[in-house]
Design a protein around this ligand. Structure first.
Ligand SMILES: C[S@@+](CC[C@H](N)C(=O)[O-])C[C@H]1O[C@@H](n2cnc3c(N)ncnc32)[C@H](O)[C@@H]1O
Length: 334
């Protein structure tokens, strides 16, 4: 009820979202949901397990009960099904704790919102801030890694690479999970990942663990430099367009058109904007203003850049739930 237009206390709109985010972040930092993953614990034991005072742990747990992430049982506090998103026990198998830890780091960015609104851009982009805070890159990539585990099955289920595909270019490929998944699905496929050095700190180790270091190579650098090699059968541009300006995306897509062989496939994952913007899209755009001074794009914008770069009219696949974004699949004309 607190976000109803007619709510009597408007400050509730500000106060409750702040406390909700702060409590979930704190639970992530204390590994509280993990401590309850194997069953309920009475408060003294929960407090001990997370290295906290009983007084503090009780206050946090009570609020998490009110939010629906914990429940009170005779045996103590217990995780609800929703808490499974932060223990890997959700049906998807994904653990979004890394998202809580990234939000803890990026929390301070929102204090720059007013300045970014005034100027129309942040004083520093997210990538510049990451250079100053080297621990941010790995935390951000771990969050992207969790989201990629969630998105990966959709990509494999909905997208087929061209017959005989041998070379994949993964622009902004970061953690490497999508290249790994497609190289496993297509045994004849090799991949090249282009990303900023800050995003690649753990990728070589991930590739080695997957025993794919020989088939997937890393090219650290700015993808806008266009130094990607050529002769590709498929190109991934997954959750990267919203971090670039419209002009840069137009140029990237035109260059993808040049490095793809005829009949090759460009797969884009994005949060496509509609008219009017929905709540999530409008919030995400505000985040982008503070992080990279960019925005989300509509399907029609992407489609016009694609068709003017030698692609057939692309296909749009909206994912479920909608907050997971959309796929745009484009085939280069033969
Ligand atoms: C939102 S993450 C998506 C990561 C991955 N593609 C995925 O779908 O999980 C965006 C990625 O694009 C990379 N990126 C953004 N701008 C870039 C640029 N100019 N050059 C290289 N990489 C860039 C970031 O470092 C980050 O790894």
């Amino acid at each position: 009820m607190w976000n109803d237009e007619g709510a009597d206390l408007p400050m509730v709109d500000v106060y409750l979202p702040m406390m909700k985010a702060a409590a979930l972040i704190s639970a992530g930092q204390l590994r509280l949901f993990e401590a309850l993953a194997d069953g309920p614990l009475p408060l003294p034991e929960l407090a001990r397990a997370i290295g906290a005072s009983e007084f503090g742990a009780g206050h946090l747990a009570d609020f998490l009960v009110a939010l629906g992430y914990l429940t009170q049982t005779d045996a103590g506090f217990a995780n609800t099904a929703r808490a499974g998103w932060f223990t890997g026990k959700h049906a998807s198998g994904v653990d979004y704790t890394a998202g809580l830890l990234w939000t803890a780091e990026s929390w301070s960015l929102m204090s720059n919102l007013t300045a970014a609104v005034r100027k129309g851009a942040p004083a520093k982009t997210l990538w510049e801030s990451m250079e100053e805070r080297p621990h941010w890159g790995p935390v951000f990539s771990s969050y992207m890694h969790a989201f990629a585990q969630h998105l990966g099955p959709d990509l494999l289920a909905k997208v087929s690479l061209p017959d005989g595909a041998a070379r994949l270019l993964d622009l902004g490929g970061s953690h490497g999970l999508h290249s790994i998944a497609f190289c496993r699905r297509y045994p004849g496929l090799d991949a090249v990942i282009v990303d900023l050095p800050s995003a690649l700190t753990k990728t070589a180790a991930t590739l080695a663990e997957a025993k794919l270091s020989e088939r997937i190579s890393l090219r650290p650098g700015n993808l806008l430099a266009g130094d990607w090699g050529d002769g590709y059968d498929a190109v991934f541009y997954l959750s990267v367009a919203h971090n670039q300006t419209a002009d840069d995306n137009r140029a990237v897509i035109a260059h993808v058109g040049r490095v793809l062989r005829p009949g090759g496939l460009l797969l884009i994952h994005e949060y496509l904007s509609g008219t009017p913007l929905d709540l999530y899209d409008a919030a995400f755009r505000l985040t982008l203003l503070v992080e990279t001074a960019t925005r989300t794009y509509s399907f029609d914008e992407l489609s016009s850049w694609l068709t003017s770069s030698g692609f057939e009219t692309p296909t749009r696949i909206d994912l479920d739930p909608r907050e997971k974004g959309s796929l745009v699949v484009a085939k280069k004309k033969g």
